[in-house]
Design a protein around this ligand. Structure first.
Ligand code: ADP
Length: 144
């Protein structure tokens, strides 16, 4: 049914990851070819706003990306999906923009995303989830 599922993961929010696991597993077994997991590292302006850019304290971007990918690989082990179906990605930038960009690049036919952080219950949709629902060109499963 699905050729390419995109699952954006906020690596700092284990609770959000846990709620999407059963949904991803179910859809991944329905003749899905590939499941792409993506984590987005906030952009460099964030670090420069902290006065860290260009200083010795500024960690190397590649190291950051590798660390994020390692953490994402650990998280993905919690999903019971055959290894040959899994691809992982770590990029920098705005989460919503990067999620939408990768969805286009991989021709995603389904995006599975958690709705918002559990402690921010006043909003039904977090800002990234809302932007993905609004702008994605494919079906989006919002898990709450
Ligand atoms: P909130 O505003 O409550 O934090 P978000 O819309 O940011 O809610 O988060 C909902 C979902 O968006 C997360 O479960 C995840 O799927 C996705 N998301 C948020 N931040 C990131 C990120 N940095 N990288 C990848 N996905 C993210």
């Amino acid at each position: 049914m699905y050729n390419s599922i995109l699952v954006p993961i906020d690596i700092s929010e284990d609770d959000l990851t846990h709620i999407v696991i059963p949904h991803v597993q179910t859809h991944a077994t329905l003749n899905t070819t590939k499941v792409h997991f993506l984590t987005v590292i906030p952009s460099l302006p964030y670090y420069s706003a902290l006065g860290l850019a260009y200083s010795a304290e500024m960690p190397d971007l590649k190291e950051f990306q590798q660390a994020a990918l390692t953490k994402l690989d650990e998280i993905v082990k919690q999903f019971r999906i055959p290894a040959e179906k899994i691809l992982t990605h770590a990029v920098t930038g705005s989460p919503k923009d990067q999620i939408l960009k990768l969805a286009d690049m991989i021709n995603a036919d389904l995006i599975i995303i958690a709705s918002h952080k559990p402690d921010i219950s006043t909003y039904l949709l977090g800002s990234n989830a809302a932007a993905v629902v609004r702008h994605a060109r494919c079906p989006v499963l919002v898990v709450r």
